[in-house]
Design a protein around this ligand. Sequence first.
Ligand SMILES: [Zn+2]
Length: 294
Amino acid sequence: MADARIGIIGGSGLGQVLAEQVGGKQVRVETPFGNPSGPILLTRWAGSDIAFLSRHGPGHLLNPSNVPYRANIYALKSLGVTHIVASGATGSLREDIEPRHLVICDQVIDRTFRRESTFFDRGIVTHVEFAEPFCPRLRAVLRSAGEKIGARVHSAGTYVCMEGPQFSTVAESRMYQQWGGDLIGMTAMPEAKLAREAEMCYALVALPTDYDCWRPHEAGKDRETLLREIIGNLNAVTTNAIELLRAAMPALAGQIDAPCACREALAMAIWSDRSHIARADVDRLSLIVGRHFK
Ligand SMILES: [Zn+2]
């Protein structure tokens, strides 16, 4: 099997379901940033070689703060992945983004505060551009694929990433709405930042499962009914997301060699004086930054 150029990071729901659907070879990868969330599945799916990683690991044992984001991105990069499509369960902050719809996110507000969010934590200072946090080319591919499937797909949305693992208060949820947030989730960051630093194209499909807590529950529904509803929504929206990815895969594979600004993210981003950078610090991150020090 050729190197997988396309990586899929599956969040809650999609992680398990896709892993069960496809066979393939499980590989364990070690990185300078520790072990990734779990083994990475190399397989052929929807006509393409893909590398698939379940973000929360086997059995969903890693909470959003403890996901080894750096190891995950580094491991995918080391396997030859250049393009990542990630999924993540979210709450909806907007009436018209209903549970079971899909959203191809275009913006993010990062509220996380206890996660390692850069590969360049010592020795080399970089500042990558992040005005457009998700790859516009990948988003366009997903948008066109979205027109071919049955589910409603929103072509843009602002994802507010909170630390968690607790859900929001009502006051927070309303504040996020006032900020212009459309979705609330816990895992887009720092994943998208790290993919940019690693010069990989990255897009995120959000899977709304409920209306967060800003919207009062319908009267007469007890907690068990509500939980059953959310799980039902997660299963249904996961099926929709798999359909979207499957529909997107041929176009994605077709334009994988097209140039993209994401793939040159470090070209103008290294701020340290090169004459002061220690060779050991370049070597340590050679997979990511080595080509800029040739
Ligand atoms: Zn890109």
